[in-house]
Design a protein around this ligand. Structure first.
Ligand code: SF4
Ligand code: SF4
Length: 119
């Protein structure tokens, strides 16, 4: 199983992190990594293709939809989800129905792709 997050669409809501039963996701800071190394490799550590990696710019179509006072109170906007353990995915699909950014892609071992469906 392969899992990745389209970083420009991710709102940092942490729903995927909260619901995944096998700890596929890790929420990572968009500004720094724990070791003081360059941030992009740390936040782009999953298998997202180049055009879906974090470059420092959010996609307003997805991001601004949730950019309201309630969300800001939860301090979500400083982090992105990184699918660091995609091979552990059991395709329960819990993350796919909870993803605010509609930005999770899972591909099973037969090549079938599954996308977030939250609206
Ligand atoms: S579908 Fe996979 S990545 Fe998503 S919550 Fe379930 S086990 Fe975790
Ligand atoms: S559920 Fe979606 S939008 Fe929310 S943190 Fe996870 S990948 Fe990002």
């Amino acid at each position: 199983m392969d899992v990745y997050v389209n970083k420009a669409h991710c709102t940092g809501c942490s729903h995927c992190f909260d619901v995944c039963p096998v700890a596929v996701f890790e929420m990572r800071d968009i500004d720094k990594d724990p070791d003081g190394k360059a941030n992009p490799p740390y936040i782009n550590a999953d298998t997202a293709p180049a055009d879906k990696q974090w470059t420092g710019v959010n996609d307003p179509k997805y991001y601004d939809k949730w950019n309201n006072d309630v969300q800001k109170c939860h301090d979500h906007y400083k982090k992105k989800s990184v699918a660091i353990n995609g091979s552990a995915c059991i395709l329960c699909q819990a993350c796919l129905i909870e993803c605010e950014g509609e930005c999770i892609t899972i591909t099973d071992d037969q090549g079938q792709a599954y996308q977030s469906i939250y609206k």
